[in-house]
Design a protein around this ligand. Structure first.
Ligand SMILES: [Cu+2]
Length: 242
């Protein structure tokens, strides 16, 4: 065996070890705890942005000539919808690709949900409830970018997202205002906040964690949480000010 080959082998072994060291490890969790709480806007939220409906008004403009932008949705109590919460967990319960595919619909020329989180390896059912031409155009980097037209005669297309990556921006080239985010994770400890800003992440092995909290307009923040066995840790986080 040549010296170069030996060197390559040694490098490959080192790389494999480095990869393994950071990969998520599935273990049995019997005494897991949870994190629950809310993400609220820090201060007075701005008025929701409006989007002029400039195309296909008979389908896209049923609610009027303007739409409310989904960029930043703050509820009456200050809770922010569609915030992504990801626990940086190195090990924990096994994550299976769901047997029921996550659904991503195009309805009234909006993507629903605005933020869709799922395990990497999932197949997303992309629906077109509008019966007009839309398209799914991602700017993913780890996964291959997708650019698929969805004409009116295609009520469903399926897209598999193989690798963990987030956020993946999804746009429709036919309607410039349509955008959304896909969140593909390699572990099960993630959530997207509900309309009131609430979330819950369960079955975490006890320990200290860093948690990433991300919103498209407000950016990313890292929080620290201690999870105790069979207990819920309640948190109240904010996004908005620097
Ligand atoms: Cu569209």
């Amino acid at each position: 065996m040549s010296r170069n080959l030996l060197l390559c082998g040694a490098m490959a072994a080192t790389f494999a070890f480095a990869t393994r060291a950071v990969a998520y490890e599935a273990v049995t969790v019997t005494d897991g705890g949870s994190i629950s709480g809310t993400v609220k806007y820090d201060g007075t939220p701005p008025a929701p942005a409006k989007i002029p409906v400039t195309k296909d008004p008979e389908v896209c403009g049923k609610e009027g000539k303007e739409k409310i932008s989904p960029d930043l949705t703050v509820g009456p109590g200050g809770g922010i919808a569609n915030v992504v919460v990801v626990v940086k967990a190195a090990k924990g319960k096994k994550m299976d690709v769901p047997t029921t595919n996550p659904v991503f619909d195009q309805k009234s020329c909006e993507f629903h949900p605005h933020v869709l989180a799922f395990p990497a390896g999932s197949t997303v059912d992309v629906l077109n409830s509008d019966g007009i031409l839309h398209n799914i155009h991602t700017t993913s980097k780890t996964n291959a970018p997708i650019n698929q037209a969805q004409p009116k005669f295609k009520p469903k297309i399926q897209v598999k997202i193989e690798k963990p990556e987030w956020p993946i921006k999804v746009q429709c080239d036919a309607h410039g205002w349509m955008h959304a985010y896909w969140i593909a994770q390699d572990h099960p400890y993630f959530a997207v906040t509900a309309a009131d800003g609430s979330f819950k992440i369960s079955d975490l092995p006890p320990g200290d964690y860093e948690v990433e909290v991300w919103q498209e307009k407000l950016g990313k923040k890292t929080e620290k949480v201690t999870v105790k066995a069979k207990e819920d840790t309640t948190v109240s986080w904010t996004l908005g000010k620097a």
